[in-house]
Design a binder for this molecule. Sequence first.
Ligand SMILES: [Zn+2]
Length: 349
Amino acid sequence: MKISFLYLTLLVAFLTTHLTQAQVKPFTFVGEKIKAGSKHSVLLPVGKGENSTVIPVTVFHGAKKGPVLGITAGVHGLEYAPIMAAQQLPKYLDPAEMNGTVILVHIANVPAFLHRSLRVNPVDGKNLNRVFPGKPDGTLTDQIAHVISNEVIARSDYFIDVHDGDANGDLRPYSGYYNYFDMPEVSEKARQMAVALGFDFIVQFGNEQSLTEEAIYCSREATKRNIPAVDIECGRKGFVEEKYVQQIQQALLSLMRHLQILEGKPATVQNPVMIAKRTSVSSQHEGFFYSDLTSGDYVKKGMKLGYITDLFGNHVVDVTCPTDGVILYKTFNPPVKKGDGLFSIGHIN
Ligand SMILES: [Zn+2]
């Protein structure tokens, strides 16, 4: 039998394409086998009975080989810009066109989201971003952290946790990464990820010799596991502002291009401002907080940042700036308790 050259060429092309795809094994996620070139959404169960919740996760398993990127939104349930960006992200991800895998946690803290709870899970009053790696036998927040640590972070080659200023925070957008001197490779990969997110301010977390403490923070749990990890902080005041939702989405897609999960070039910023240190200003009193400044304002050591009154409106104290820098975060509405953070000031060298 004669086989034409054209037929042979087509056969080779067909086999090459299909064998390449066949080489990509299914991605097993909590017992579910997800085929290459497909996606799967699941509600991960956490806890038992009344003390339980779910974590909505979508896994996009690319047709071609590549790294695994873990993404969490909604670790804080009132931070809507990241949560809305995560809701819209699936529109931009076609597993047939992807190299590698994305594990997207749409909302890490569902009880906080549904109950509009500032920073903490209303079930146990704990801040999810203060309990990592979590515990399998702790309260509900500990258990959520444990599930995310083991089912999402541990499965990732790269990791990103997305936040915003929360409902009391006026925030100037930035990306951040963990930098530890005895982890030069992981830190450098994380720095490159932070640059690829395209923010013009980049905060360095850590900047110490070693990471010896407990993880506490979601993305620092990834760093503990030698997984390059970054944060986004974008959005503010409990608003859904489309420009910040878009900025987060574009940053995540740009990161995927940097990691070659998606085709194309990342949208980096030339010469981003590097912030090696931050200083927090906390309230020493309870009452009302007043300040005319906004996030992004540049401030000088010794200047008046605002003032606090008691519950009758009597002036109690002026809040003075401890350092030169830029306001990354500011509490923008009146109530303050003793110990509440009023400002986070980034040092610019
Ligand atoms: Zn947050």
